[in-house]
Ligand binder design. Sequence first.
Ligand SMILES: [Zn+2]
Length: 182
Amino acid sequence: MLFQPRSIRHCKACGAAVRYVVPADDNRERAVCSACGLVHYENPLNVVGTVPVWGDQVLLCRRNIEPRYGLWTLPAGFLELGETTADGAIRETVEEAGAHIELEGLYTLLNVVRVGQVHLFYRARLLDTVFAPGPESIEVQLFDEASVPWQTLAFRTVRETLLHYFADRRRGRFEVHAADIS
Ligand SMILES: [Zn+2]
């Protein structure tokens, strides 16, 4: 099923009500202003994050916010305007985990069409073990593969990324993984 949030109610230019219709020369429904005619385009959002590594351990954050309050995640969040995906991944890691990292390259690219998102995770090297939960995290902790809280991970994309990480680690070779999450 196509992702059709139909979340827009009012025109962002004039505030009048919008209607979802297929504009001329288009092929899908858009929110079109009933007064000024502005067409509002909605596109997938990018979520960017990291796999922060210290020795054989990865750093996870326990979410202090909805959705998935109390579950564990890799540090990640929505890319902001004006930043690159790498900048955003570093910023989220600082904000959520208070961690000092150096990026080591793109690792996973995961399409989550159902919710209109693309998730990008970078591998990252922790520069030290000084970290602390930011406002969006309850706690931040290092886990080796056996101790990862696999049953209480917040998102499929985090699970996929961690599974790839530990598998690649065993093989001794890391490559970029692209996949679609249903
Ligand atoms: Zn309008």
